[in-house]
Ligand binder design. Structure first.
Ligand code: GTP
Ligand code: MG
Length: 370
């Protein structure tokens, strides 16, 4: 949401609401404590206090974290890394994902790939890796804008015959902004025109210096087409993840993020969730974004019915009252009554925000009233 009430803004600025109301009055606006202010009006007030408006100031209206049980770090265990693949058009992202999936889906599950759920897990040397199969940029932009950090690591694919292109640079910027480690996959090495030195040279100009040249960026030459180098890439992913010491507590109630969601004719609201901490179980009372429900059924990334999903596991669920949005947070509650209460409150206030869009103070009507 791009708005805050006067009371919420006052809290964020560490001021009394009455003071904010006074400031608005000085600007010629009669406002009440529960009045919605739009982004421009917020910026104006913040400028009065010489406070820079960060995007974050506007997002935590959808903060579900407050309902999450307190952390007990002693119960933490290692969790699989969540990886996003990004890169320029046609540099081989999809081919790479396919190649990883088909070489690494555990034996016996190979025939089970019946559906596509926007995220999946592979096993390499007994260790799991979760890949987000959403377009990489979407995973970073929409979800980050909504306050959700879903990715632990970014793979940036650069075609060795084409070099660094505009979307390569965009991907680098997204990954840097999200403060996640970057691994460069220099793809299409099978092509006679492949020129990996040029890729390294060009990326050095963007601050990504290969280890071979004294830097600390990992470059892995691969061919997504032939499968060459895929094993090294997976090895590097696990290596970098180990450094990050990714931990979660499987014993707590689940919390995580919506990867995608839709309304299915037969099954109703269907949502792909990434469990980021805790374990999600069939039957769990859950609040997802501005909707709620009870987990009716869960399907794994290979189309299998499962009863539970631990940290870093993507899973498709049914049982929600409404369709949430990609990037929405979810939290499991102890009892259905509380989940319903919280869910209904959130649904109502989301509706109010929608309605008040028309009546709230905008920069335009603020100056109209001066
Ligand atoms: P968008 O989704 O459109 O951004 O493209 P993408 O990055 O997913 O590229 P995609 O995997 O669709 O590959 C584009 C083309 O490059 C296809 O024709 C692939 O077959 C080809 N390609 C991908 N990887 C390799 C490779 O390692 N070697 C060769 N020779 N061709 C490749
Ligand atoms: Mg693609």
């Amino acid at each position: 949401s791009e708005s805050l009430t006067v009371a919420e803004l006052a809290k964020k600025l560490g001021r009394e609401p009455s003071e904010i109301i006074k400031k608005l009055f000085m600007l010629g606006v009669m406002a009440t404590i529960n009045q919605e202010l739009d982004k421009d009006a917020i910026e104006l007030i913040c400028a009065e206090y010489e406070v820079e408006v960060e995007e974050e100031i506007l997002v935590d209206k959808t903060d579900l974290e407050v309902y999450f049980e307190p952390e007990d770090e002693s119960l933490n265990e290692e969790r699989p890394p969540v990886v996003t693949i990004m890169g320029h058009v046609d540099h081989g992202k999809t081919t790479l994902l396919d190649s990883i999936r088909h070489t690494k889906v555990t034996a016996g599950e190979a025939g089970g790939i019946t559906q596509h759920i926007g995220a999946y897990q592979v096993v390499d040397n007994g260790k799991k890796i979760t890949f987000l199969d959403t377009p990489g940029h979407a995973a970073f932009t929409t979800m980050r804008a909504r306050g959700a950090k879903v990715t632990d690591l970014a793979i940036i694919v650069v075609a060795a015959d084409d070099g660094v292109m505009p979307q390569t640079v965009e991907a680098i910027n997204h990954a840097k902004a999200a403060e996640v480690p970057i691994i460069i996959a220099v793809n299409k090495m099978d092509k006679p025109s492949a020129n990996p030195d040029r890729v390294m040279q060009e990326l050095t100009e963007h601050g990504l210096v290969p280890e071979a040249w004294g830097g600390d960026t990992i470059f892995v030459p691969i061919s997504a087409l032939t499968g060459d180098g895929i094993d090294s890439l997976l090895e590097m992913i696990l290596l970098v993840s180990e450094v990050g010491e990714l931990k979660a507590n499987p014993a707590r109630r689940a919390i995580g993020t919506v990867i995608e969601a839709e309304l299915d004719k037969g099954r109703g609201s269907v949502a792909t969730l990434l469990v980021q901490d805790g374990t999600l179980n069939v039957g769990d009372p859950i609040v997802v974004g501005n909707t709620f429900g009870r987990v009716r059924a869960m399907v794994s990334d290979v189309g299998r019915r499962v009863k539970e999903a631990g940290p870093s596991t993507p899973v498709e669920i049914t049982g929600l009252n409404d369709v949430p949005q990609a990037g929405d947070r979810f939290v499991v509650f102890e009892d259905e009554k509380t989940a319903r209460q919280v869910g209904e409150t959130r649904a109502t206030s989301a509706l109010q925000v929608q309605r008040s869009e028309k009546t709230r103070v905008t920069l335009d009507n603020l100056f109209d009233q001066l």
